[in-house]
Design a protein around this ligand. Structure first.
Ligand code: GLN
Length: 538
């Protein structure tokens, strides 16, 4: 096939309609029909990447193999498709402007007045086609963040208009996702917001080819006809997206509605074979019919917003299904845990995960949590900051370094068991300067890590500044906390574990970014298995 086809997904009426899930589900169906598909997201904010955004504002920051700090929707793309994304899959307005301004400074525009149209829109269009030009994909789905009508989205919408025009008939189409609200007082579903948002799109010169309507109730035939007529789309291009019990159900729902077929026809592509969703449905079956349940404590400081730990929650869903187990997540704010309350808050749990994080708030509660899990033989899993807390707890309570800390929390600690690497010490910029992306880790044989990975060489994604301080490695290991994984080039410690504990592991990297439906992450799978065992031995 020579021509890459493009699908643009816009959103209307409200935000949070789940454009990312619809895009990922459609991509899944294309993939299951044998099309090489990728998804990219264009975000309208001015941050160059979401790395500098507070998780409370924007949810988790997802990290790719190439070290890009990206929107959490890229996590959904990877989890659904089981293919890696990269920096090219996530573009923000900030990044677009930065590169246009840098070009202007280099004199690349030859005395021209640099403007939104054409310079910003050209930059956007170029980036929209970057992955398509690679020749690796038959179909590229581009999700436009925000809602049509927003001031911020305008350059993107204009770029989509131009690109659809330039690509020509059947090469680029627009799917518009809207809300069809149910008015309880009237007992009716309402189409007017959808009509208005389609009209807003039209004002920018874009005609929606397909409407995907989010709804809490079934759309009747009559209502579908009405939407088709007033929104100027074909009847079979009105797709219902009804609330689902799990996001992993959405590909099947879209299959039933024929979204993939309508899109392929509009792109003039053959349907090929019916989508092969066999493995996907095995996963769904297991997810929906668990044989047992466990309760895991998620100890963090961003627990109020579930999106802050999105990838961790999804990893538990994948690992739970593979263990035929429902994993109930009990979110506990680390600020509310101390020596006295630890037992009351943690003793009923079947396992404890201490979450990643930044800054000092809630740190002492995390240290107390690790102590409780260690002393009471409760399965423990520490991720990034959680691993650092395990090292601090061990240094304080087993080695007797009472004031051990990370220099992130206390620069003048006498026992900096977690500290900055030399290379990091002079860095003052906060954006994109952490240890990011995929790094190699070598694993010692005969360890829990080796039992989990069944390999001595792994690659995992990082996002942190501080590191295990190797000056203390000998003492810590002699006291019984084993460093079972290290980076071969730098000698940096990547995994710690306690050999005389049923399941106690801390990892400096973020395994949650690599868990997918097709490949649940082995640490999460083993952690859930350890929780089941712990629960049944009680
Ligand atoms: N704040 C710690 C660091 O920068 C841990 C980061 C994290 O948990 N992602 O090293």
């Amino acid at each position: 096939m020579n021509q890459t086809k493009y699908i643009f997904v816009t959103g209307g009426v409200t935000s949070s309609l789940g454009k990312g899930i619809i895009a990922a589900s459609l991509a899944k169906l294309f993939q299951a029909r044998g099309y090489r598909t990728t998804i990219q997201k264009f975000d309208p904010y001015i941050n160059v990447d979401p790395g500098t955004l507070n998780p409370y504002e924007h949810g988790e920051c997802f990290v790719t193999d190439d070290g890009a700090e990206t929107d959490l929707d890229l996590g959904h793309y990877e989890r659904f498709l089981n293919v890696s994304t990269s920096q090219a899959n996530n573009v923000t307005t900030g990044r677009v402007y930065l590169s246009v301004i840098e070009k202007e400074r280099r004199g690349e525009f030859l005395g021209k007045t640099v403007q939104v149209v054409p310079h910003i829109t050209n930059e956007i269009k170029e980036r929209m086609q970057l992955l398509g030009m690679s020749g690796d994909f038959d179909i590229v789905i581009t999700e436009i963040g925000g809602t049509v009508g927003d001031i911020e989205s305008l350059p993107y919408i204009e770029s989509v208009r131009q690109l659809v025009w330039e690509l020509g008939e059947n090469n680029g189409i627009v799917i518009h996702l809207t809300l069809v609200p149910f008015l309880a007082a009237a007992g009716e579903l309402k189409t007017k917001p959808t009509q208005h948002s389609v009209k807003t799109l039209m004002e920018s010169g874009i005609k929606a080819d397909i409407l995907v309507c989010r709804t809490e109730h079934e759309l009747s035939d009559e209502l579908r006809n009405k939407l088709a007529l007033f929104c100027n789309v074909k009847r079979d291009a009105v797709i219902q997206s009804i609330d689902a019990s799990t996001i992993y159900e959405v590909p099947n729902l879209m299959l039933e509605e024929g979204l993939d077929i309508v899109a392929l026809k509009k792109l003039n592509l053959p349907l090929k074979s019916a989508p092969d969703l066999k493995n996907w449905n095995v996963f769904l079956q297991r997810l929906k019919n668990p044989k047992q349940e466990v309760n895991v404590g998620l100890i963090g400081k961003y627990v109020e917003l579930r999106d802050s730990y999105k990838s961790i929650l999804e990893s538990f869903i994948h690992a739970g299904a593979s263990n035929h187990t429902k994993v109930n997540i009990i979110s506990i704010h680390s600020e509310f845990i101390d020596l006295k309350s630890a037992k009351e808050q943690l003793s009923a749990l079947d396992g404890i995960l201490v979450a990643p994080g930044f800054g000092g708030r809630g740190i002492e509660g995390k240290v107390e949590t690790v102590r409780y899990a260690r002393e009471n033989n409760i399965p423990f899993f520490g991720i990034c900051l959680g691993m650092q807390m395990a090292v601090i707890e061990y240094s304080r309570n087993v080695l007797g370094f009472g004031l051990a800390n990370s220099t992130e929390m206390n620069e003048s600690t006498p026992f900096p068991v977690i500290s900055l690497m030399e290379e990091q010490k002079d860095i003052t910029d906060k954006g994109g300067t952490m240890r990011l992306g995929s790094w190699e880790c070598n694993i010692l044989e005969g360890t829990l890590a080796h039992e989990i990975y069944k390999s001595t060489q792994i690659f995992e994604r990082h996002r942190h500044r501080f590191e295990f301080n190797n000056a203390y490695k000998k003492q810590i290991e002699n006291a019984g906390l084993l460093c079972s994984g290290t980076n071969p080039e730098t000698g940096l410690v990547e995994i710690v574990e306690l050999p005389n504990h049923p399941f106690f592991i801390g990892v400096q990297y973020h395994p949650e970014y690599k868990s997918t439906v097709a490949n649940p992450h082995p640490i999460f799978v083993s952690f859930v298995a350890a929780m089941v065992k712990y629960k049944n031995n009680l």
